[in-house]
Design a protein around this ligand. Structure first.
Ligand SMILES: Cc1cc2nc3c(=O)[nH]c(=O)nc-3n(C[C@H](O)[C@H](O)[C@H](O)COP(=O)(O)OP(=O)(O)OC[C@H]3O[C@@H](n4cnc5c(N)ncnc54)[C@H](O)[C@@H]3O)c2cc1C
Ligand code: FES
Length: 364
């Protein structure tokens, strides 16, 4: 019996050691030579030394695709169609794919290794994503853990963006630069600057870096990314629901809407834990004086402490959506915040008659 366990243990150890040796050998000894990456039937052709991930190869050649986790294989954002040369899909990719995507050759670019010539397809709009150099123009704490930071663009000097889009900022990581996604909070008509709202995650690489930035510091980011599609139909109500730094894209959308349609109905539902997490309420109330069809509902999820003043809603924000939003109206919804909030709000919106294609969200 003991001998049997020993044999299994020894065999397992040999496999582990062999796998490690193979991985190291592949990393340092494998030479895949020069490879050609053909994008969108030849609209772009890149020459790249083999061995890196497809994501890194694209970034090196200044082709930027969404990659919110910076290539860790945990966000599922870096999807591209690999037509030839990508090998078989890996178990690390399948959790992010629908059956249809797997059938159509969709892969996670950070998981595909460039070992031979590749033919890939990416959406045309991503080919216009650029790299921006900027300096920090201002910084302001909105709450104890959320900082608003403005980047003044240096090169290029202007950005074309749609309301609700995001950028990916480069931050120094322990093993080299990393990229993280941050929604743009400034309205899309602002061309020369980009404003973000960043919540400090204790121990978080990029959020700590951004919180440490000072006016005048240089930064680099790529963008814009994101698929929020704001309807141009004034009769379509806009429902914005957020929590924490999820205010960023929502604020951008609200200011953009009222720069174009003074009478459009916009609902803002914003969930906070306590009064310490409340921000922008006074600014939005001022905006409502000008645009009476702007409905503002803030809700606190933690019990109100003794002596605290609060005349807004209480409870989770999906309950406020359920309470205040009329059913059956033509609406579009934009949700930004933690996954449980997005899921609960999506259910309520479905009950109110919104179709899945009218609900856009960023989970973070
Ligand atoms: C499309 C999109 C838009 C985004 N927009 C914004 C934005 O406007 N403002 C903003 O502040 N963030 C935003 N994020 C989140 C942001 O990209 C980073 O994930 C976040 O700032 C953490 O990065 P980090 O490098 O500081 O932490 P990391 O170094 O990546 O993580 C450190 C640790 O914190 C954990 N962690 C990571 N994120 C969170 C979290 N949100 N809450 C709790 N623990 C976490 C990790 O699991 C890890 O253990 C957005 C994300 C996406 C996908
Ligand atoms: S970059 Fe996040 S999964 Fe590929």
């Amino acid at each position: 019996m003991v001998e049997g366990f020993l044999a299994v243990g020894v065999t397992t150890s040999i496999f582990v050691v062999l796998s490690a040796v193979l991985l190291v050998a592949e990393k340092y000894l494998a030479d895949y030579g020069d490879c050609v990456i053909t994008i969108n039937d030849g609209s772009s052709v890149l020459e790249q030394k083999g061995g890196s991930s497809l994501l890194s190869a694209l970034i090196e050649n200044k082709v930027f695709i969404p990659s919110a986790c910076g290539g860790k294989g945990s966000c599922g954002f870096c999807k591209v169609e690999v037509r030839t040369g990508g090998g078989s899909i890996l178990p690390t990719e399948t959790p992010f794919m629908t059956r249809k995507e797997i059938k159509s050759g969709i892969r996670l670019a950070c998981q595909v290794k460039v070992k031979q010539n590749l033919e890939i397809a990416i959406p045309e709009n991503l080919l216009s994503v650029k790299e921006y150099n900027a300096t920090v123009g201002s910084e302001l704490y909105l709450t104890y853990d959320i900082k608003e930071v403005t980047f003044d663009l240096i090169e290029p000097t202007e950005i074309e963006q749609q309301p609700g889009q995001y950028i990916q900022i480069r931050a120094p990581g322990p093993d080299g630069p990393i990229f993280r996604a941050y929604s743009i909070s400034s309205p899309a008509y602002e061309k020369n600057k980009v404003q973000l709202m960043v919540r400090l995650i204790p121990g978080g690489i990029a959020s700590t870096y951004i919180h440490g930035l000072k006016v005048g510091d240089k930064v680099m980011f790529t963008g814009p990314y994101g698929e929020f599609e704001l309807s141009e139909d004034e009769a379509t109500d806009i429902v914005c629901v957020g929590g924490g730094a999820g205010m960023a894209p929502i604020s951008s959308i609200i200011h953009y809407v009222y720069s174009k349609w003074a009478n459009r109905r916009v609902y803002l539902f914003f969930g906070c834990r306590t009064t310490k997490d409340v921000f922008y309420l006074d600014e939005f109330k001022k905006l409502r004086e000008k645009y009476p069809n702007f409905k503002i509902i803030y809700a606190l999820s933690d019990p109100i402490e003794e002596g605290e003043e609060w005349d807004g809603d209480t409870g989770f924000i999906h309950l406020s959506v359920d309470k205040h939003l009329e059913s059956g109206k033509k609406s579009q919804a934009f949700l930004c915040g933690p996954p449980p909030m997005i899921e609960a709000v999506t259910d309520v919106l479905g009950e109110k008659g919104l179709k899945p294609e009218d609900i856009f969200y960023d989970k973070f």
